[in-house]
Ligand binder design. Structure first.
Ligand SMILES: Cc1cc2nc3c(=O)[nH]c(=O)nc-3n(C[C@H](O)[C@H](O)[C@H](O)COP(=O)(O)O)c2cc1C
Length: 299
């Protein structure tokens, strides 16, 4: 594969997914200018996407603002040392706008990881109105999530460590809680699905709001077709966030991890939104399916 800015994340997908983690404490050092330019260029290279939506990204530089001006952005106390933010904006609503947003924002986050920059998805602890004002957004545009970017500090400060501990950030649910075969009663084991154990493992490692991990996937019996579902069980911290769409963003991230990994591995197939005839528990809703198809020419 010839490496270009468009496919650099795909070419390194598994390595970048394993490397990325939320960074909340940054060194007080400016980001090298060429990295900022590479990031801005990357924003314009949108990848193929199974969802439809209208999204754009902006870099916001807070360097030069006074301490009290920076505090107005609402990240103070949660994020330390970062002066640059990537702001994700939904410019027009569509049916799958939040999934589309999550898919593309994770792609940007993994590109920042490739550049050696730290990031942290922030959907709750920032002042949307202040960011929107600073970027002169129209009243129709929404900011679901932002991320600080910067050089990660060697040690995360005490408050960052506490946030990580409360969210249980290092932990992920077991395969048996997330992945199933044929029906939700029947857990899927890693050993039964190679080569798809890798893309599924990359879904399992994905970041999610409050580390809630709402993705559930059912594999069809005897076929490498994978149906993605969202577990919409209400979560107590959502009352604090007052923001209902974070789990839809989580699903977009999971779909991107799966897509990037199958593409890196040369596995071929298509995304389709077509609900299968599978009985689902109450709070679980269908989103999208990956249907494996052997092809001579890889996509
Ligand atoms: C959509 C979304 C919203 C998030 N919002 C916040 C937030 O407001 N504040 C925060 O400190 N972390 C936030 N996180 C980070 C998660 O807590 C973190 O991804 C999770 O605990 C897993 O840890 P890791 O990213 O280090 O793997 C968010 C993550 C996602 C995907």
């Amino acid at each position: 594969m010839k490496l270009t800015i468009q496919n650099i994340v795909i070419a390194n997908a598994k390595e970048l997914i394993r490397k990325r983690r939320s960074i909340r404490t940054y060194k007080q050092l400016p980001i090298p200018r060429e990295k900022i330019i590479q990031l801005s260029n990357y924003f314009d290279h949108f990848s193929q996407n199974p969802f439809e939506g209208n999204v754009r990204f902006e870099n916001l530089e807070l360097e030069g603002l006074s301490r009290s001006e920076k505090r107005r952005f609402g990240t103070y106390g949660f994020i330390h040392g970062a002066n640059t933010f990537i702001v994700g904006i939904i410019t027009k609503p569509t049916k799958y706008d939040y999934e589309h947003f999550g898919y593309l924002f994770e792609r940007v986050i993994l590109f920042a990881t490739y550049l050696g920059l730290g990031t942290c998805w922030i959907g709750g602890t920032f002042k949307r109105s202040v960011f929107a004002f600073q970027l002169s957004l129209s009243t129709k545009e929404r900011i679901p999530v932002i991320t600080p970017i910067g050089i990660p500090a060697k040690r995360q400060n005490l408050r960052s460590s506490i946030i990580k501990k409360v969210a249980g950030s290092h932990k992920r649910k077991l395969w048996s809680e997330l992945f199933f075969e044929g029906e939700f009663e029947n857990p899927l084991t890693k050993e039964t699905v190679p080569p798809y154990s890798e893309p599924l493992e990359m879904v399992r490692l994905a970041p999610s709001a409050s580390n809630f991990q709402p993705w559930r996937i059912i594999k069809e019996k005897d076929k490498h077709n994978y149906h993605f579902y969202i577990n919409q069980k209400p979560h107590s911290s959502y009352r604090i966030f007052k923001y209902q769409n974070l789990q839809r963003i989580d699903l977009g991230i999971a779909v991107y991890h799966f897509h990037a990994t199958v593409t890196q591995m040369g596995l071929t197939g298509d995304w389709q939104i077509s609900k299968p005839n599978i009985v689902t528990p109450n709070n679980i809703e269908y989103l999208i399916s990956w249907n494996h198809e052997e092809r001579n020419h890889k996509i």
